[in-house]
Ligand binder design. Structure first.
Ligand code: C5P
Length: 231
């Protein structure tokens, strides 16, 4: 059986959100967002080895949440000051990477089994593929800002918005994370590409796989969760 590691990054401070707690700890359907994320991934790949990356300052809070909700935490690794550093810490905590390593944002609790299956299929169907990335078409029109209030339009038909989890050949991801940090590393695909592992296949993302970013997003996630249950 293909071995799978899933790294869930939850060490962000969530400053953009403006809530008293980082958004991954905010309550969704009576439990912290990140617990939904962990459960969704446990259900998607039951044999996967999960690692949860949290800020060391949140270690006590996380333990309290687990006790309160009778929740068994995956192995915990402490994160760093950037997402890149958080992923790197998780990768170096393992003796060796699994065949496939997925990295997922804790703030995407509505990830589905179907989306994860498509990533696994993309990697298993072609040994030359370095990774698989869920993406969705862009529905807003796009403009590039040029400065001085000027901008120019961009053809959105070839643009895709990228989601997580992103899935990679484990040893290639580990190698890619040996590169020194660059500001352009906004996700794991960008790190892979910089390391020369650019054979990254886009798979179908989902409009339900939202990234909880703004306060209203919790309410949207509640509605989507309800819809998912009804289907
Ligand atoms: O900040 P951003 O929205 O890109 O964060 C995406 C995910 O990365 C979040 O789940 C956040 O908790 C995580 N992250 C992290 N360590 C950081 C920054 C972000 O684990 N230093």
């Amino acid at each position: 059986m293909t071995s799978v590691d899933i790294i869930i990054v939850a060490a962000g401070s969530g400053l953009r959100y403006g809530a008293p707690l980082p958004k991954q700890y905010c309550e969704l359907g009576g439990r912290p967002v990140v617990m939904h994320t962990i459960n969704a991934l446990r259900a998607a790949i039951p044999h996967a080895r999960l690692t949860l990356v949290i800020s060391s300052e949140m270690a006590d809070l996380w333990q309290d949440f687990c006790l309160k909700h009778n929740f068994v935490s995956p192995a915990v690794v402490y994160g760093g000051s950037t997402r890149w550093e958080s992923v790197r810490n998780a990768l170096s905590a393992a003796d060796r990477p699994a065949d496939i390593v997925m990295v997922h944002d804790a703030v995407r609790p509505l990830v589905s089994r179907q989306l994860v299956d498509m990533l696994m299929d993309a990697l298993s169907s072609d040994p030359d593929v370095d990774g698989a990335i869920p993406a969705v078409a862009v529905t807003d029109s796009l403009r590039m800002q040029l400065g001085d209030g000027l901008s120019k339009s961009i053809d959105r038909s070839s643009m895709r918005a990228v989601q997580t989890p992103q899935a990679f050949r484990g040893y290639r991801l580990r190698q890619a994370y040996d590169l020194p940090y660059r500001d352009s590393f906004t996700d794991d695909a960008s790190v892979m590409e910089a390391a020369g592992f650019g054979n990254l296949k886009l798979t179908e993302g989902s409009s339900h796989n939202i990234k909880i970013t703004n306060p209203g997003d919790i309410a949207i996630a509640e509605v989507l969760m309800k819809l998912n249950k009804e289907q």
